[in-house]
Ligand binder design. Structure first.
Ligand SMILES: N[C@@H](CCC(=O)N[C@@H](CS)C(=O)NCC(=O)O)C(=O)O
Length: 262
């Protein structure tokens, strides 16, 4: 590949983790631009020119701007050689796309799940102006409604219950598949596995680890993926220990309420 790859991303963002997994699996070097989501760099006018959705990740390949994490992953698969992450058989390829599409739907609940447990407390601590600012920066009405619920009710909101249900359904679907197969699509590690890993990890970070360990095939898949060198380079090395510890301790504090919802 002759043209440079540049990735605008954030360490903890699930969509960024997904793309970094693909980059590392394929051995692709890239210029890293970190976007600090907490301080609102995703709303910086220069960044919005690249990504009008005010989100990470954004891939720039030479002069081309590629948006949407799932499409970025497929793009990387198509423009590069190296470890193939798309199987050859049409039905396996279909399975990859089915998982990717499904995980994208689960992603719609990821911010509610995470913010209701952890970052909510940091926003509340900054006072009413910061709260209204955070809500107003939601890019559509649904996001703004969700943000108000996150702040006002946390894990007691209906949105959180819905998010938890979506994540638990994802784990059940994975468990069912992984009972019969080593990987989510086809017989090898693929874009389906890179799509799913950040969301299982997120549950672990939020101290909902029991949801994973209760499902032995997901637990074993999770351990196997984490043992891949790409995982350390794409995810492990980007996470700061204090951030993970803070998420876990917020999660532990909420766990009795979460358990009551299950
Ligand atoms: N469909 C988009 C979703 C991207 C997305 O939601 N990114 C989150 C981080 S995982 C984000 O940047 N959020 C910005 C914010 O919270 O303001 C994709 O897959 O790239």
């Amino acid at each position: 590949m002759t043209e440079t790859l540049e990735l605008y991303h954030s360490p903890v963002s699930t969509c960024s983790q997904k793309v970094r997994m693909v980059l590392e699996e394929k051995g692709l070097g890239y210029v890293s631009h970190l976007i600090d989501l907490q301080s609102g760099q995703q709303h910086d006018p220069d960044y919005v020119k690249l990504n009008p959705n005010h989100v990470v990740p954004t891939l720039v390949h030479g002069q081309k701007v590629i948006l949407e994490s799932t499409l970025i992953c497929e793009y990387l698969e198509e423009v590069s050689v190296g470890q193939a992450l798309m199987p050859l058989a049409p039905h396996d390829r279909y399975q990859v796309r089915l998982w990717a599409q499904y995980i994208d739907r689960v992603h719609a609940h990821a911010a509610v799940l995470s913010y209701s447990v952890g970052p909510r407390h940091m926003i509340i601590a900054q006072g009413p102006e910061a709260i209204e600012h955070y809500i107003a920066l939601g890019q559509d009405e649904r996001t703004r409604v969700n943000r108000r619920a996150i702040i006002e009710q946390g894990v007691a909101s209906p949105q959180f219950a819905e998010a938890l249900t979506a994540f638990v359904a994802m784990l059940d679907r994975m468990e069912e598949h992984l009972t019969h197969h080593a990987w989510l699509a086809g017989e090898t590690f693929s874009l389906a596995d890179t799509a799913a890993i950040p969301y299982v990890l997120r549950l672990d970070h939020l101290a909902m680890t029991a949801l994973i360990t209760d499902r032995p095939h997901v637990a074993s898949w999770y351990e196997t993926v984490q043992a891949r060198p790409s995982y350390g380079r794409a995810i492990g090395q980007h996470l700061s220990a204090p951030t993970v510890a803070a998420l876990r301790s917020f999660g532990e504090a909420c766990w009795p309420q979460v358990l009551a919802l299950l």
